[in-house]
Write a protein that binds this ligand. Structure first.
Ligand code: NAG
Ligand code: NAG
Ligand code: NAG
Ligand code: NAG
Ligand code: NAG
Length: 290
């Protein structure tokens, strides 16, 4: 009976000073590892570890679903409070592969790295150059007994560019080539979008009357070539930094009549449009011959 009371008193006393210890150990750089605050914690009877306030727990405010594009580094943020001397590991759920323990990478795949700065609660998994096959669930695990873990969902998507309109475009000589490229399925706007004609980046200084307006927020880029000539015909490609590119074949026709099909969104198939364009061109050439 007497023994129990003593134990009870000691327990109460420890509970009373606990917030103070917690504050002290939080202020000290090496929280529960070396400092005096830490060693006090270390020598508690094990039952004290079971107190909710002394156990590590997840700060659930971090984002648990992340979407990235192929090749764009992905970051999964795991925040653990009261970690003490426990280790934080990252596990790939698919095959239960241990990717990192503490700040060490445990897999041969060096694209996985743990990022952590001293004194912070954050243990971030960085995946460099992610691929679609890296999509799935990752677990941030703390080596308590029993273990606690938190799941993170990563989606790695293929982002694609799209040029508005048909895959082939017929334009009358002297009118404008007006191409609009939209980057689809991209969580982040691409940092740049290049336009190519054939294999070459479109050179603004080689020919006047070219303008490119790229809007990051709407993820669009518009190429405008004014007063196009047959020499401007070719395969135009929109190539965003983080997406698959898109192309359109532009035919600048040396005639007046095909103007009607410019920017057309007729129900004609591309082939029918082309035939019609060639026919009109033929008729036009014929009128010259007479
Ligand atoms: C945080 O998430 C874990 C795992 O989903 C859960 O067990 C725990 O209760 C959550 N904690 C809070 C404070 O919501
Ligand atoms: C280019 O086309 C877009 C729509 O496709 C249009 O909004 C824009 O005004 C056009 N620009 C010129 C200069 O014709
Ligand atoms: C663009 O064309 C100009 C004139 O032909 C040339 O001097 C310049 O090097 C070209 N720039 C690029 C990036 O090809
Ligand atoms: C246009 O260029 C792109 C990129 O170089 C290529 O993938 C595509 O096959 C080309 N299209 C045609 C019709 O030549
Ligand atoms: C162009 O045609 C396609 C298919 O016929 C249709 O889905 C699309 O809405 C049309 N776009 C415009 C701008 O009329």
């Amino acid at each position: 009976m007497k023994y129990h009371t003593m134990k009870e008193n000691r327990r109460r006393w420890l509970r009373a000073i606990w917030p103070l210890i917690a504050v002290l150990s939080h202020q000290s750089e090496c929280a529960a590892k070396g400092g005096t605050g830490g060693s006090v914690i270390e020598h508690h009877p094990s039952s004290y570890w079971e107190q909710p306030f002394s156990q590590p727990y997840f700060d659930n405010s971090t984002k648990r679903e992340t979407t990235t594009t192929v090749g764009q580094s992905a970051y999964l943020y795991c925040r653990v409070r009261n970690l003490g001397d426990r280790a934080v590991s990252w596990i790939r759920k698919r095959d239960l592969h241990i990717l990192t323990v503490g700040i060490l990478t445990y897999t041969n795949d060096q694209r996985f790295q743990a990022m952590h700065s001293d004194g912070s609660d954050e243990w971030t998994l960085k995946i460099t150059s992610p691929q679609v096959r890296d999509s799935g669930t990752y677990e941030c695990q703390v080596s308590t007994e029993p273990k606690i873990s938190q799941a993170y969902k990563l989606s790695v998507v293929v982002s694609k560019a799209k040029i508005v309109g048909n895959a082939e475009l017929y334009i009358k000589s002297g009118s404008d080539i007006n191409l609009t490229c939209i980057v689809l399925q991209t969580p982040e706007p691409p940092s740049f979008i290049y336009w190519y004609r054939g294999d070459h980046v479109i050179n603004y200084s080689q020919r006047g009357g070219i303008s490119v307006v790229t809007e990051k927020q709407t993820r669009t880029s518009r190429l405008l070539i004014s007063r196009a000539l047959p020499a401007d015909s070719g395969n135009y490609t929109c190539a965003p930094s983080t997406a698959e590119s898109a192309s359109v074949l532009v035919h600048v026709l040396n005639g007046e009549h095909p103007a009607a099909m410019q920017h057309g969104n007729s129900s004609n198939s591309g082939a029918a449009t082309r035939t019609l364009a060639l026919l009109l061109l033929f008729l036009h050439a014929g009128s010259f011959a007479r």
